[in-house]
Design a protein around this ligand. Structure first.
Ligand code: ATR
Length: 277
């Protein structure tokens, strides 16, 4: 039987989620459809109530509704509660359960290039919503050390406190992080610095970066930020925001269908749409 999935956001016209999910449904020969809905913040509650009345099987939630939507769900999973945001909702026998697949989706993608993080010094740049998803998940994953740097240091401290990691999370200033950049094996930019149209900005100096480092930027517009260009010139391995986008989508797909989709194919569909690397 056909099933309907959706996306609630504002705006959503440029979202690549419908393309990615509808292609994955086709690939798995599932007669399902994914539809984006542009919902004004003032209409969010009515939209969620409406989706339930219609028996929609699940949906994604994007900017600006990820925090607000939690109020209108029947339950929210523990990790999503810690992150403080929901990006995926599953209709489980008529109840709407909220999850957050951003952090885990990102981690799965990062692990395809980093293999093992237990021997790595990891630095997260930023302490906003995206950093929260990533630090929450990294806190539960073994890394040699985990450090956060942010323009506003207090926000990094707050995030570290809330993540309740077994071992301490270090907080350093942007200047200290830049000075000690050679001490980190994996460096992740979660800020919007470098995103189009401000493509000449970089979030952190990479002057002393070591060649063996992995530099990961959550931004995928542009595809390769100036920061990633610099990292690549220094011989580092780079990882862009497509990984997180596809990773979160693949985990949502799995929650909805019980099937692990073809990640490579999902990535190719998105990259092709964006005009290649
Ligand atoms: P998101 O939900 O996308 O993470 P956010 O919650 O607004 O967005 O967080 C944005 C992050 O980018 C923050 O870490 C922010 O730093 P502050 O906490 O100091 O505001 C960081 N950021 C945004 N613009 C920046 C800039 N020009 N320079 C340095 N950091 C910046």
């Amino acid at each position: 039987m056909g099933k309907l999935y959706g996306l609630l956001g504002h705006p959503v016209a440029h979202s690549l989620s419908p393309l990615m999910h509808n292609d994955a449904f086709k690939d798995q020969q599932l007669p399902y459809h994914y539809q984006a809905f542009d919902v004004e913040p003032s209409q969010l509650k009515q939209a969620v109530v409406g989706l339930k009345a219609l028996g929609v099987s699940g949906f994604n939630v994007t900017i600006p509704h990820k925090v607000e939507v939690m109020k209108y769900l029947d339950a929210v999973d523990e990790e999503a509660k810690i992150i403080g945001a929901v990006n995926t909702v599953v209709n489980e026998n008529g109840t709407f359960i909220g999850y957050n697949t951003d952090g885990r989706g990102y981690l799965q993608s990062l692990l395809t290039i980093a293999n093992d993080l237990s021997d790595k010094h990891v630095l997260v740049v930023g302490a906003g919503g995206a950093a929260r998803a990533i630090v929450t998940v990294l806190s539960q994953h073994e890394t040699k050390t985990l450090t956060i740097t942010n323009r506003t240091k207090g926000k990094a401290e707050l995030l570290a406190d809330e993540c309740r990691r077994k071992t301490a999370i270090d907080i350093v200033s942007l200047a200290q992080a830049a000075e000690n950049i050679a001490g980190y094996d994996v460096i992740i930019n979660t800020t919007s610095v470098g995103m189009s149209p401000n493509i000449d900005d970089i979030p952190l100096s990479l002057e002393h970066l070591k060649e063996s480092a992995i530099v990961s930027d959550l931004i995928y517009n542009p595809f390769k930020t100036k920061w990633l260009h610099i990292a690549e010139e220094k011989g580092a391995t780079i990882h862009n925001g497509i990984g997180m986008f596809v990773g979160q989508g693949a985990l949502a797909f799995e929650k909805w269908t019980g099937i692990r989709p073809d990640l490579k194919r999902m990535e190719e569909v998105v990259i092709k749409h964006l005009g290649g690397k």
